[in-house]
Design a protein around this ligand. Sequence first.
Ligand SMILES: Cc1cc2nc3c(=O)[nH]c(=O)nc-3n(C[C@H](O)[C@H](O)[C@H](O)COP(=O)(O)OP(=O)(O)OC[C@H]3O[C@@H](n4cnc5c(N)ncnc54)[C@H](O)[C@@H]3O)c2cc1C
Length: 205
Amino acid sequence: MGEMGAPGARGLRVELLQITPDPEALIARCARVSHRSEARASAESDRELIRKLISWGHESVLEFASATFLVEGISRAAANQLTRHRLASFIQESQRFVDVRDRGLVRPPTFNDSQWEKACSLYREAMDLYEGLIAQGVPKEDARYVLPIGVETRLVVSANFREWRHIIKLRGSKAAQWEIRRFAQEVLRILKEYAPTVFADLEVR
Ligand SMILES: Cc1cc2nc3c(=O)[nH]c(=O)nc-3n(C[C@H](O)[C@H](O)[C@H](O)COP(=O)(O)OP(=O)(O)OC[C@H]3O[C@@H](n4cnc5c(N)ncnc54)[C@H](O)[C@@H]3O)c2cc1C
């Protein structure tokens, strides 16, 4: 059984769907309006300006850029944590309307093989019950009550860069749980490719 967990689970996948084009140039361009310093714009002075704004805590200008991700293979447990972030926007697969019998169970790294085998066996029983209930005419929205919190879900999350910095700091910290930390780590890796200056001071280990 795979590290992130059978039956069926394929592990966390984070895909960038959309990001503001040339986000650091846009952020600097907007910031320069306040001091009429547009004439000083250049790639290096833009980076310098962004570093200063962040060090001063003037992060509102980071709100002009945003990024949207498709997240798959995340547990309902971690999705519940993520959707607490009120300044982000979400759409999550509905267990009310979608038949989720093909969804896997996410494996916590603290489970040893024998614990995991037991969990998988219980999960199969729960899935059998879920399928049976639907076959007997129970609506999916009610049949799902027998499913565990470790079942995979998929969602889209969108936020501006200020909020992504906030989410990454909170959810990437050592105090956060391993699954949402992996999510924060992956989002940060992608955002650093597109906006290295904005996210340079953040790390998730
Ligand atoms: C390690 C960890 C453990 C946690 N444990 C628990 C727990 O046991 N129980 C639990 O219920 N939750 C828990 N949480 C969730 C936590 O309480 C927050 O709900 C979640 O992290 C969202 O944080 P936030 O409100 O700062 O962020 P967001 O909702 O993303 O908001 C971003 C920022 O916008 C501002 N903001 C947003 N809404 C308002 C508002 N209405 N009024 C004023 N300012 C606002 C704040 O500055 C806020 O920090 C935990 C979170 C972490 C990281």
